[in-house]
Design a protein around this ligand. Structure first.
Ligand code: NAD
Length: 301
C-alpha cells in the first residue's frame, strides 16, 4: 500500500484527502487547524503533529495551501525551521496542488531538483464539488517522469489530468483559466441583471443564453443569480465554494504574470478591480459568484 502525506485540509484539501483514503492509499494528514485533521482521522487517516512528521517515509506528499508564501515556507523552511525538502526521501514525489505564482513553483522545483527530489505543480480546477466527487481537473507542470509517477495519486482525485509543460507551466495555465472564469462570472452577472431589470425571469434567460452564443460554464454549472440553480453557492447565501479573497489572489497572479511577459489583459485587469472592490466591501469570505450583488439594484426607492 502506497502512503501519501496530505498537508492543507481546507475546503479543497479535506475532500481530496478523503478520496485518497477511498482509493486505498494510507494517508497521513496535517493542517494548522486541529478540527480539520480530526475530520480526516474519522475517515481512516493518521494524524500527524507537524507537516515534517507527516512527510517522513512516504511515497507522495500532496499540499493544498492558500498561497505561494505558504508553499515556499513549508518546502524550503527558514533559519529556525526545517523545510520538507530537508527531510523527505529522494523517492518521495512532491505534488503541490495549491494555486500559486509560477515563479514560486519554479523556485521550489529547482531547489528540490538540486537535492535530487522531484517537485511538480499540479493546481486544480473544478471547485469544492469536483474535489468531493473526485472529478477535478489537474493541470501539471512537471518532467515527463514526474507527470507519469503522479498519475496514480492524481487519478484518485481527478477525472482529467493534463501535462501543461515543465515546472511552473501548470500554474500559468491555471491562472489563465481563472482570469477567464472571473471575466465570465462578472459578464454573466451583468447580463442576467440587465434581463431582470427589464422584467425577464432569470431562469428563462439563463436557459436561453445557455444554448445560445453567450453560453458558458457559469450558466451551466454555477449560476450567480440566487435560486436559478439549486446546490450552488448563490442559492445558499453565497456560502461555501470558492472565496472572493482567493479569486482576488488569482487575478493578482494573472496581472503579475501579464507584467512579466508584457501581455495585454484589460478584461483581467477590470475583473481584478471589480473583485478587489467587492472584497473591500466585506465580501472576501463569500463565494466568488456573489459578484452578482454589485449589479443588483438596492431596494431603497
Ligand atoms: P482553504 O483556506 O479552505 O484551505 C487551506 C488550508 O491550508 C486551511 O485548512 C489552512 O489551515 C491550511 N494551512 C495553511 N497553512 C498551512 C501550513 N503551513 N501547514 C498546514 N496547513 C496549512 O482554501 P481552499 O479553498 O482549500 O484552497 C486551497 C488552494 O486551492 C488555494 O490555493 C486555492 O486558490 C486553490 N483552489 C481552490 C478552489 C476552491 O474552489 N476552493 C478551487 C481551485 C483551486
Amino acid at each position: 500500500m502506497k502512503t501519501v502525506a496530505f498537508i492543507g485540509l481546507g475546503n479543497m484539501g479535506g475532500p481530496m484527502a478523503a478520496n485518497l483514503l477511498k482509493a486505498g492509499f494510507a494517508v497521513k494528514v496535517f493542517d494548522l487547524v486541529p478540527a480539520a485533521i480530526q475530520i480526516l482521522v474519522e475517515q481512516g487517516a493518521t494524524a500527524s503533529a507537524t507537516a515534517i512528521e507527516a512527510a517522513e517515509n512516504v511515497d507522495f506528499v500532496v499540499t493544498m495551501l492558500p498561497a505561494g508564501k505558504h508553499v515556499k515556507s513549508l518546502y524550503l523552511g527558514n533559519a529556525e525551521q526545517k523545510g520538507l525538502l530537508d527531510i523527505v526521501s529522494k523517492d518521495t514525489l512532491l505534488i503541490d496542488s495549491s494555486t500559486i505564482d509560477a515563479e514560486s513553483a519554479k523556485l521550489v522545483a529547482h531547489a528540490a531538483a538540486e537535492k535530487g527530489i522531484e517537485f511538480i505543480d499540479a493546481p486544480v480546477s473544478g471547485g469544492t464539488a469536483g474535489a468531493a466527487a473526485g472529478t477535478l481537473t489537474f493541470i501539471c507542470g512537471a518532467s515527463d517522469s514526474g507527470f507519469k509517477k503522479a498519475q496514480a495519486v492524481l487519478n484518485a482525485m481527478g477525472a482529467n489530468i493534463f501535462h501543461a509543460g515543465a515546472a511552473g507551466a501548470g500554474q500559468v495555465a491555471k491562472i489563465c483559466n481563472n482570469m477567464l472564469l472571473a471575466v465570465l462570472m462578472a459578464g454573466t452577472s451583468e447580463a442576467l441583471q440587465l434581463g431582470r431589470d427589464h422584467g425577464l425571469d432569470p431562469k428563462v434567460l439563463s436557459d436561453i443564453m445557455k444554448v445560445s452564443s453567450g453560453g458558458n460554464w457559469t450558466l451551466d454549472k454555477y449560476n450567480p443569480c440566487p435560486h436559478v440553480m439549486e446546490n450552488v453557492p448563490s442559492s445558499n447565501d453565497y456560502q461555501g465554494g470558492f472565496m472572493v479573497d482567493l479569486m482576488v489572489k488569482d487575478l493578482g497572479l494573472s496581472q503579475e504574470a501579464a507584467l512579466l511577459s508584457n501581455s495585454s489583459t484589460p478584461m483581467g485587469a477590470l475583473a481584478r478591480s471589480l473583485y478587489v472592490n467587492h472584497a473591500r466591501q466585506g465580501n472576501g469570505r463569500r463565494d466568488f459568484s456573489s459578484i452578482f450583488d454589485i449589479f443588483v439594484k438596492a431596494n431603497k426607492e
